[in-house]
Design a protein around this ligand. Structure first.
Ligand SMILES: Cc1ncc(COP(=O)(O)O)c(C=O)c1O
Length: 413
């Protein structure tokens, strides 16, 4: 294996001790969790925050004058402020809680883009999008007779920026692009993407589902129109996500769903809408989820995004070496700007068999198309095996992956 000590950027053993699940065994072996791009594990502080919400202040928000309701409302709104600060939005009016990133993209598709789309108009995505950043656009394009355009990627898995620019036309109503590919690890030049699109008057949605737990994502610096993220990848709970939108856009948009909380007044003749951000939060929200996400973002900030990124860069480099040393392994996704994802194929072995055999060694990786079938088509492969990293992973775990892959090699010759 590769020699040299990992840089002592932060206290890795302390970080690991903060995540209760990491001490369990799987199939009689210590758990090696390398499926972080699908969802990350949760630190104890997140679990505690959720438990203490339910044990101490459980009540519905924005509705009651009683003590618990006020405390629950305060905690829910404090979570919104935490998210605002994390993404550096100008105001909490620009922070909408959703269920996940998928819901955020659908919200923008149906309330910002749909009514602007006429037959012949275009929506621009890239060839490395997650299905959740493809299918909502297909649905609204189909209804309007509009076209989904796809900016290509090269053999490394990098966005071909000149092609992206060329595909921005007077008919483009939105460009919706990932900040980081879940299938390849490519980190896209988001600032440049926004600059090019804005130069042609095209608004931009950034899918930060992957990027947001690996690097600083600043909506003001990016100047994006919309951005989505999903709580369960940010070391937070499932069921909570975030949509950022520029206030002027959100003000002009109609509601997505109707119901309680999103209204200002209701009569059978006509209803009027609540102010931002509540206009987009119909019904009882995931209060516990927001509180859990607050604790998760506090936890990330306490460890330090720069330190986390430095540690994960070291792991990515180390893991690349581990994989390259194994016979017949080929990495899929070799972008120069890349983070925390090792997607690979092994000659003569289906990725599903790789996943099954390494699981017996306690190593959790993902195999399949990773909800990015067009990426697989681009590289002419049915699937990949993917090891994806988070702040608590270690070089030793990547060695364990290497050992497990050697066993796969032995089985398949
Ligand atoms: C890049 C990317 N976008 C969007 C999503 C969708 O996230 P969610 O299923 O939480 O909405 C994912 C999840 O894997 C992702 O990796």
């Amino acid at each position: 294996m590769i020699s040299g000590a990992a840089p002592a950027v932060f206290d890795l053993q302390r970080v690991r001790a903060d995540f209760p699940i990491l001490s369990r065994t799987v199939n009689g072996k210590p758990l090696v969790y390398l499926d972080n791009a699908a969802t990350t594990q949760k630190p104890g502080v997140v679990l505690d925050a959720i438990a203490s919400y339910y044990t101490e202040i459980n009540a519905n928000v924005h509705r009651g004058v009683h003590e618990l309701s006020q405390r629950a409302t305060d905690a829910y709104e404090a979570a919104r402020e935490r998210v605002r600060a994390y993404f550096n939005a100008a105001s909490t009016r620009e922070v909408i809680f959703t269920r996940n990133a998928t819901e955020g993209i659908n919200l923008v598709a149906y309330t910002f883009v749909k009514q602007r789309l006429a037959a012949g108009d275009e929506v621009l995505v890239s060839a490395m999008e997650h299905h959740s950043n493809i299918v909502p656009w297909q649905l609204v394009c189909e209804a309007a007779g509009a076209h989904l355009r796809v900016a290509p990627i090269d053999d490394r898995g990098e966005l071909i920026l000149e092609e992206f620019d060329r595909l921005l036309t007077p008919r483009t109503r939105i460009a919706s692009i990932t900040h980081m590919s879940n299938a390849l690890g490519t980190v896209t030049p988001v600032r440049e993407i926004v600059r090019l699109a804005h130069a042609k008057g095209v608004p931009v949605l950034i899918d930060a589902s992957q990027a947001a737990y690996h690097m600083r994502v600043d909506v003001k610096a990016l100047d994006c129109d919309f951005l989505v993220a999903t709580g369960h990848k940010l070391y937070g709970p499932t069921g909570i996500g975030v949509l950022y939108g520029k206030e002027a856009h959100l003000e002009a948009m109609p509601p997505f769903m109707g119901g309680g909380d999103m209204i200002s007044s209701v009569s059978f003749e006509r209803s009027t809408w609540n102010v931002l951000p509540y206009k987009f939060e119909a019904g009882t929200p995931d209060i516990a989820g927001a509180i859990g996400l607050h604790a998760a973002l506090d936890y990330i900030e306490a460890r330090g995004l720069d330190a986390i990124a430095a540690h994960e860069r070291d792991l990515l480099h180390y893991g690349t070496g581990v994989l390259e040393a194994i016979d017949g392994v080929r990495l899929i996704g070799t972008a120069r700007e890349k983070a925390s994802i090792l997607s690979f194929v092994m000659e003569g072995v289906h990725p599903h068999d790789i996943g099954t055999i390494v699981d017996r060694e306690g190593v959790a990786i993902r195999t399949g198309h990773h909800c990015a079938q067009p990426v697989m088509e681009r590289f002419k492969i049915p699937a990949t095996a993917r090891a994806s990293l988070a702040m608590y992973n270690t070089r030793e775990e990547l060695d364990a992956l290497g050992r497990a892959l050697r066993k796969v090699r032995q089985v398949f010759g």
